[in-house]
Design a protein around this ligand. Structure first.
Ligand SMILES: Nc1ncnc2c1ncn2[C@@H]1O[C@H](COP(=O)(O)OP(=O)(O)OP(=O)(O)O)[C@@H](O)[C@H]1O
Length: 577
C-alpha cells in the first residue's frame, strides 16, 4: 500500500510507541499503514478519534498499538482493566484478541473476551476470579453481565484509559443504543474514546451516544473518497431473477482454483443453498456459517475455509464486517445487502491490505438503478461482466435438479420455502426500497431461482397481482417424505400439532379482531351523538385516508425521479426511507 503519511510523522510515532511494542510489531510487519500512524498519533496525544479508513487497511492495529502504550504508561494495578474494546460479533472479538495476544504477552498483560455463545455465569465467574487488563466484548453480552453485576463491573473498569468501538456505525442501529448507554455508565468519563469503521456515521447526534470529547476526524480515503480499497475491482452481472442461482453456480464453476465467499440474505437461505450447492458443486470444498450456528461450528468453518485453497463459503452478514481472511479471490453478493453501507464491508472481505481482490453482485434487471445509487452514494463504481455459459436452458435444467433434491427430502423442501420467505422479508426491509422496491421485484422469477414447488402465502406479497404467473408444480408435495425416518414416522403427529397450532393462532387473531371492532364501534357510538351515523364519519375518514395516500404516492414519484437523477443526498434519502 502506498503511504501518504510523511516519514517524520512515522518516525515520531515509532518513538512514542516505545521499544517493547516495536519489537513485537517489527517481527510481523515492515511498516505502518496510514491509518495506524494517523489514528495512533492522535490517541497518544490524548485525543478522541473518529476513524474512517477503507476495508482491510489495518484499523485493528491502528487501535491496538496506541492502546498497549497507553496501558503501559498508566502503570495499572495487576487486576485493573486498562482498555475496553467493543466489537459487533464474537468472530471479530476473537480475531482482535489474536492480534492483541503477542503484544499483551510481551507486556505481561492479560486479555479476555466476553461474547454471545458463552455462558453468562461463566463470564461473571471470570470477572471475579481473573485479572483482566484488556477486555474485548460484544455489547449485548457485556450489557447482560452489567445487568447482573453492575457494581462489580464498574469497580473493575475504573482504570479504563481507552474505549474502542470497532465497526462503530454498526452500533447506531436501535438495539445497541440502550446497551451502549449502560456500558458507558460503568467506565470513567476521563478516558479516551476511538471509533473505527470503513463507513462512519455522518450525523453528529449519532456520535453523541459514544461520549466523545472534541474528537479528531481521521479519514484515510482512496480515490473518489470511497470506503473500498483501490486494489478491489467491483463488478455486477445483470441477470433475470429466475436465473440468479444458475448464474451464481456457473460463475463459481468457471473459477475452480479460486477461493470464493458468497453472501445470502438469511440463515435459511444459507442452509438451503448449502444443501443445493453440495450436490451441484461436487469436488469443491464447501463451507457455511450463519448467526444460528454454534460458536465452535462457526469458528471451525471459518478456519477450514481460511486454510482451503479453492473453498466456497456460503454466509450471511455474520461474515460481512471485519473478518480478516487474506486470500479470498472473489466475494459474490446474491442480492442487495439490507443496508447499502454494508456493500463495501461485504466486498471488503477481499483485497485486504494492498492485495488484489474482486467482488461481484448479482443484479436482476429490475434492480439496475442500484448500480447508479452505489456510484452516487457509496462512491463505488461497478463494471458490468457477462456469464456467457449461463443460459436460460441451463437455469431450467438446474431448477429441475433442485426440485429433485427437494423431492428426496421433505426437510429440504420445507427449508427452501422458509429460505424464500426470509429472502422476501429481508428484501422488504432493505434501505433502498425507494429505488429497488419489493413491488418491482420479479417475485415469480426469484421463486424459480429457489425452485419452489409452491408459492407461499405472505403478507408482503398480498397486494401482488402477478403471482398467478407462477408455474405451480404438479408434484403432490404432501407425498414427499423426510429422509430422516424418525421425522417421517412422527410427521402425522407433527403435522397435526402444526395444524392445531395454526387453528389456535387464527382463532386468537379472529378474537382479537372482533374485540378491537367492538371497542371501535363502542367508541364510535359514544362519539357521534348527532344525526350523523358512524358510517358518515367512517366515510369522511376513508376519504381523508384516500387523499393522504394519493399525496404520498405523488411525493414518492417526485422523490424517485430526484433519486434516479442522483439529485438526492444520502442523508435526504435516509430521511425519507
Ligand atoms: N502495517 C501493516 N503492514 C502489513 N499488513 C498489515 C499491517 N497492518 C495490518 N495488516 C494486515 O492487513 C489485514 C487487514 O487488517 P485489519 O483486519 O485490521 O483491517 P481493517 O481495516 O480492520 O479491515 P475491515 O474494515 O475489513 O475490518 C490483516 O491481515 C493485517 O494482518
Amino acid at each position: 500500500m502506498t503511504s501518504k503519511v510523511g516519514a517524520v510523522a512515522t518516525k515520531t510515532y515509532r518513538e512514542k510507541l516505545g521499544p517493547e511494542i516495536l519489537e513485537v510489531f517489527d517481527k510481523s510487519y515492515n511498516s505502518f499503514t496510514d491509518v495506524q500512524v494517523l489514528a495512533g498519533t492522535h490517541l497518544l496525544n490524548m485525543s478522541d478519534v473518529v476513524v474512517e479508513s477503507p476495508t482491510g487497511s489495518g484499523k485493528t492495529l491502528a487501535f491496538v498499538l496506541p492502546m498497549m502504550r497507553m496501558i503501559q504508561n498508566a502503570r495499572l494495578q495487576p487486576n485493573e482493566t486498562g482498555a475496553l474494546i467493543l466489537s459487533p460479533s464474537r468472530e471479530l472479538c476473537s480475531q482482535i484478541v489474536n492480534v492483541i495476544k503477542p503484544f499483551a504477552d510481551k507486556l505481561n498483560l492479560t486479555v479476555e473476551t466476553v461474547t454471545g455463545g458463552q455462558k453468562v455465569d461463566k463470564n461473571i465467574k471470570m470477572f471475579k476470579s481473573k485479572s483482566i487488563n484488556i477486555l474485548v466484548a460484544t455489547p449485548g453480552r457485556l450489557f447482560q453481565i452489567i445487568q447482573h453485576e453492575k457494581t462489580m463491573i464498574a469497580r473493575a473498569m475504573k482504570g479504563v484509559q481507552l474505549l474502542v468501538i470497532d465497526e462503530a456505525d454498526r452500533f447506531n442501529e436501535i438495539q445497541f443504543e440502550d446497551h451502549m448507554r449502560e456500558i458507558l455508565s460503568c467506565i470513567p468519563k476521563q478516558r479516551r474514546t476511538g471509533l473505527f469503521s470503513a463507513t462512519q456515521v455522518k450525523e453528529e447526534d449519532d456520535l453523541m451516544v459514544f461520549g466523545l470529547r472534541n474528537a479528531k476526524q481521521v479519514k484515510v480515503s482512496q480515490e473518489r473518497n470511497s470506503a473500498a480499497p483501490s486494489t478491489l475491482k467491483n463488478y455486477f452481472v445483470e441477470c433475470p431473477a429466475d436465473e440468479k442461482t444458475s448464474v451464481c453456480l456457473e460463475f463459481i464453476r468457471q473459477r475452480t482454483d479460486k477461493k470464493v465467499l458468497i453472501f445470502f440474505p438469511s440463515c435459511n437461505s444459507v442452509r438451503y443453498f448449502q444443501k443445493i450447492f453440495e450436490r451441484c458443486l461436487t469436488k469443491r470444498p464447501l463451507f457455511s456459517v450463519h448467526g444460528k450456528c454454534s460458536n465452535p461450528h462457526r469458528a471451525s468453518q471459518i478456519k477450514a475455509f481460511s486454510d482451503s485453497k479453492n473453498g466456497v463459503m456460503i454466509s450471511t452478514d455474520v461474515m460481512a464486517r471485519g473478518i480478516d481472511i487474506t486470500d479470498i479471490d472473489w466475494v459474490i453478493q446474491f442480492d442487495l445487502p439490507k443496508h447499502s453501507s454494508w456493500f463495501v464491508h461485504r466486498a471488503g472481505r477481499t483485497a485486504r491490505c494492498g492485495r488484489d481482490g474482486n467482488a461481484l453482485i448479482l443484479i436482476a434487471t429490475e434492480q439496475l438503478a442500484y448500480v447508479n445509487f452505489l456510484d452516487n452514494h457509496e462512491k463505488v463504481k461497478l463494471e458490468e461482466v457477462k456469464v456467457p455459459t449461463s443460459t436460460s436452458r441451463k437455469a431450467e435444467e438446474l431448477r429441475q435438479k433442485m426440485i429433485k433434491i427437494q423431492c428426496s427430502d421433505r426437510a429440504i423442501l420445507e427449508l427452501g420455502t422458509r429460505a424464500f420467505v426470509s429472502h422476501i422479508e429481508s428484501y422488504a426491509k432493505h434501505d433502498c426500497h425507494l429505488i429497488c422496491s419489493l413491488d418491482d421485484l420479479n417475485v415469480v422469477g426469484l421463486a424459480n431461482s429457489y425452485a419452489l414447488l409452491r408459492l407461499p402465502k405472505m403478507r408482503e406479497l398480498s397486494s401482488r397481482k402477478d403471482l398467478e404467473q407462477f408455474d405451480r408444480s404438479d408434484i403432490e408435495t404432501s407425498e414427499i417424505k423426510y429422509a430422516d425416518q424418525k421425522l417421517e414416522a412422527n410427521r402425522d403427529t407433527f403435522m397435526k400439532e402444526k395444524h392445531d397450532k395454526k387453528i389456535e393462532s387464527l382463532a386468537a387473531k379472529e378474537k382479537k379482531r372482533r374485540d378491537k371492532e367492538a371497542r371501535k364501534l363502542k367508541r364510535a357510538g359514544g362519539r357521534f351523538k348527532s344525526r350523523a351515523t358512524g358510517a358518515n364519519a367512517e366515510e369522511t375518514r376513508a376519504k381523508k385516508r384516500k387523499s393522504e395516500e394519493e399525496d404520498d404516492a405523488q411525493n414518492d414519484i417526485r422523490l424517485l425521479k430526484k433519486i434516479k437523477r442522483g439529485k438526492l443526498s444520502k442523508k435526504e434519502i435516509k430521511d425519507v426511507l
